[in-house]
Ligand binder design. Structure first.
Ligand SMILES: Nc1ncnc2c1ncn2[C@@H]1O[C@H](COP(=O)(O)OP(=O)(O)OP(=O)(O)O)[C@@H](O)[C@H]1O
Ligand SMILES: [Mg+2]
Length: 312
């Protein structure tokens, strides 16, 4: 199965001197793909290029086998889009807005009726369907925007910051909607600046930083324990120097910090020295109370990449 989206060395130079790129990423069929990066790093620019809404200065963008800028019809009929900070005509009700969206997508009146009900139900907006958008909260606007993207059951969903301004309960619901779409084989690309959110829902991620992709790959690969693992230990009595040195000499251990009863051991994830460390602490009478690994998060990975990148 070919890639759904292929972006190769995309560069966008804005007239006022703003620049994004080079961006390179590949999104496969039925993936949830997270585009993550700080404010102004190029997420929206990348998504707009994928949608054919802007012409790249250089590089190549291919979506569902076509160039979205040259062949927008072919791409747009199969793509649903929820923009960053969506706005709607205030006097529309949610239902009316979705009806108009269906009609613009070429649906008959009968199809429209069915589709509006389906989308209202999916996004949890049934209760609010006949209220004017003017009275909608941020979270409701975001749901409506995602609902609009779902109209016509597109193969590819592009969501620019879908969780922005949504409360925790709303987020759970949006995550469920996305998971359901993915179960049905849809491909979902979304942007966020929250690493935790992206780590939770994505199969693959790209991180953009200062306009460039600095990291791309599957979340599982990026978090593979080949990197350092942090072990947090609590003991009853601080270990004596002998124990401290013995821990430091244990194969795979890189560093040890002791702060009273709390120990922080960093070890090379390719080897697991936990049993030896526990043994040392117990035998030396330190009174082992607690031991847990803190798995690397995407945040650790990204911070490392950015820091290494800045120094190189
Ligand atoms: N229409 C535009 N005209 C000029 N410069 C732009 C335009 N849109 C984006 N830029 C510039 O391109 C860079 C990337 O912006 P972009 O909006 O793509 O970032 P982003 O990652 O989506 O940020 P945010 O998290 O704030 O939404 C910024 O330097 C920005 O100033
Ligand atoms: Mg943006």
């Amino acid at each position: 199965m070919g890639a759904v989206i292929r972006v190769e060395s995309l560069v966008k130079e804005y007239r006022d001197g703003g620049r994004v790129g080079p961006i390179t990423l590949t999104v496969g069929q039925s993936e949830v793909y997270g585009l993550v990066g700080p404010n102004g790093s190029g997420k929206t620019t990348t998504l707009r290029a994928v949608l054919g809404l802007l012409r790249p200065t250089s590089g190549r963008v291919e979506v569902l086998g076509a160039d979205p800028f040259e062949d927008p019809k072919r791409v747009n009929s199969r793509v649903g889009y929820s923009p960053e900070l969506p706005t709607f005509p205030a006097f529309f009700t949610a239902r009316k807005l979705l009806e108009v969206t269906c009609r613009l997508k070429g649906m008959s009146l009968q199809e429209t009726k069915r589709e509006v009900e389906r989308v209202l139900d999916l996004t949890g907006l049934v209760r609010h369907a006949d209220r004017r958008v003017a009275g909608f909260s941020k979270g409701m606007i975001q749901r409506l925007s995602i609902g609009q993207a779902l109209v016509g059951d597109p193969d590819l969903l592009i969501l620019d910051e879908p969780m922005l301004g949504v409360d925790p309960v709303g987020r759970v619901h949006i995550r469920e909607v996305l998971q359901e779409e993915r179960r049905q084989g849809k491909t979902i690309v979304f942007s966020s600046h929250e690493l935790y959110e992206v780590e939770r829902v994505s199969d693959r991620v790209a991180m953009v930083y200062m306009g460039r992709t600095v990291l791309e790959g599957s979340v599982a690969d990026l978090l593979r324990p080949s990197e350092d693992v942090v072990l947090e230990v609590r003991v009853k009595r601080p270990p004596a120097d002998g124990v401290r040195n013995a821990i430091l000499r244990t194969e795979g251990v890189r560093s040890l910090e002791i702060d009273g009863q709390a120990l922080r051991v960093v070890f090379d994830g390719s080897r697991d020295p936990r049993e030896e460390i526990a043994d040392l602490l117990v035998r030396s009478g330190c009174g082992l109370l607690e031991m847990r690994t803190a798995p690397p998060s995407l945040e650790d990975v990204f911070v490392k990449v950015v820091r290494d990148g800045v120094h190189s």
